[in-house]
Design a protein around this ligand. Structure first.
Ligand code: UN1
Length: 495
């Protein structure tokens, strides 16, 4: 019997009001059911929003350092359960243990950062233009935040949003991806154990239209923080504008790694394999394009092909495996259809290019790590997000051309340049249109205490991570204290 999971609303574990459920299966072995989850709808969402709204009135008054103390405990509990959660995550979404451990670690780092932020949450004091008057700007809680998260980082991404939201004094309704509801539940269990009061954190499982969009439309939800596809992000933005909600969107990417002729190819090779095939290519930061200087193109391409073909595919729980399955059937279909599109456009499949078969692979959504060579900049495989183990390789004659092509997409999340030339590196830092640029490192691997996000259709200008996310989850209040004992008119009495 698989485990039966529930929603958590107003301090209680409950089924969906409709009684309906859905199953979550292991993508490396679709016979295995990880759990059964409530298939919620607007009735469950309304209940959760009501609980969060009520709880907000007390939670906003808890001193921020105390809210931070709870998050320190959360970090401690996550540390204790790191291995257990990593295994559960591998089971429900497929990426290898090494990476699911990293995912949990990113959550732990975020917990400790947020916990200490409870003792900062700095505002500003600013001199007044008038005598005997004091000016300051302080951060205030906003209200109810809807947290809508993807399956590729089932622990890290929810923590990037939930922990800062809580430290800032907001309450939460959490709608995790329906491919990773078990990991999300493990996070909520920890929050409860660490002492988050009833109603402050609620989780509602179910689909995007039945739960996610209901939250986006809900008049009593103040904030939406969403990570997912650009298509869904645009829809959210449109719908949320009707109630003027504050919305943070972290969307797609089509990230490029540039390899110059002076690069250390051994290093660039490790980088591109990790960037393109880590998490089976299912990161918004994944290296989806490799842009190589013509002088080293043939040599570097054959190095990449050789290694890509040797990557060990299989169940992520077995530590000898380096690449897990795609998360589900649809995702694998999308990957394969892009490979066909690439071929049709004239790209050459030089590694992989098909559904993987062989020992231990027959009941999972495995796809061979794929390299498409001779891709040109306007092919769809050079511009559209694939979200799978497919690398498009493009040849260029100069750094300027490489940067121009890297920028020739509607996305702008991560970017990377391998070069030994400091001048090249700084040109790239200045000119790459992306929220993140790595020098001599792959496009993946953002650290929790640094701003994370992109430009163009990768988002709407907000940043998660680091100190920047606190701007999203708090409202500035400007305060003037006049202790002169008389009416002082700004712009008039000091003229
Ligand atoms: C994502 O792909 O949505 O930088 C997040 C990275 C990870 C986070 C990725 N730390 O690749």
């Amino acid at each position: 019997m698989s485990k039966k999971y529930q929603n958590y609303i107003n301090g209680k574990w409950v089924d969906a009001k409709s009684g309906k459920t859905f199953e979550n299966r292991n993508p490396a072995n679709w016979d295995e059911v990880v759990g059964t989850f409530p298939l919620s709808n607007k009735d469950d969402v309304n209940e959760a929003v009501k609980a969060a709204r009520t709880a907000f009135e007390e939670w906003r008054l808890v001193p921020a350092p105390k809210r931070g103390d709870i998050l320190r405990k959360v970090g401690d509990l996550m540390t204790e359960r790191k291995e257990q959660i990593a295994r559960l995550m591998t089971q429900e979404m497929g990426k290898v243990l090494l990476e699911t451990r990293g995912d949990v670690q990113e959550g732990i780092d975020t917990a400790y950062y947020a916990s200490s932020e409870g003792r900062r949450l700095f505002g500003h004091t600013v001199p007044s233009e008038l005598p005997n008057k004091f000016n300051m700007a302080v951060r205030m809680p906003i209200g109810v935040a809807a947290i809508i998260t993807p399956w590729n980082f089932p622990m890290a991404i929810p923590t990037w949003k939930i922990f800062p939201a809580l430290v800032c004094g907001n309450t939460i309704v959490f709608k995790p991806a329906s491919d990773t509801p078990a990991t999300a539940t493990a996070l909520v269990e920890i929050l409860i154990e660490a002492g988050v009061p009833p109603g402050v954190v609620n989780i509602v499982h179910g689909g995007g239209s039945e739960v996610g969009m209901v939250l986006v439309e809900h008049p009593d939800v103040d904030l939406i923080s969403f990570t997912g596809s650009t298509g869904v992000g645009k829809k959210i933005s449109e719908v949320a504008s009707k109630t003027l909600k504050r919305v943070s969107l972290e969307l797609g990417g089509k990230n490029a790694q540039i390899v110059m002729d002076d690069a250390r190819l051994d290093l660039a090779l490790e980088g591109v394999l990790w960037g393109a095939f880590g998490t089976t290519g299912q990161r918004c930061t994944a290296t989806s394009r490799l842009i190589v200087h013509e002088k080293v193109y043939d040599k570097f391409l054959s190095m990449v092909v050789d290694k890509a073909q040797k990557l060990h595919l299989g169940d992520g729980l077995d530590e000898k495996n380096e690449v897990g399955p795609c998360v589900n059937e649809n995702q694998r279909k999308t990957v394969d259809s892009y490979v066909q599109i690439g071929k049709g456009e004239g790209a050459k499949v030089v590694a992989g290019g098909k559904v993987a078969s062989g020992n231990g692979l027959s009941k999972g959504w495995f796809y061979e790590p794929t390299v498409l060579a001779d891709v040109t900049e306007n092919m769809r495989v050079a511009k559209e997000e694939i979200f799978g183990p497919v690398l498009s390789v493009i040849k260029v004659r100069s750094l300027d051309e490489a940067i121009r092509i890297a920028n020739n997409t509607t996305y702008g999340l991560s970017s990377s340049v391998y070069t030994q030339d400091i001048n090249n590196a700084y040109h790239a830092i200045r000119d790459l249109k992306a929220g993140i640029t790595y020098i001599n490192a792959p496009t993946i691997g953002a650290e929790a205490h640094m701003p994370f996000g992109g430009v163009k259709e990768t988002g709407n200008g907000h940043r998660e991570g680091g100190w920047t996310v606190y701007d999203f989850f708090s409202e500035w209040k400007t305060v003037y204290v006049d202790y002169s004992g008389k009416l002082q008119r700004a712009q008039i009495d000091n003229a």
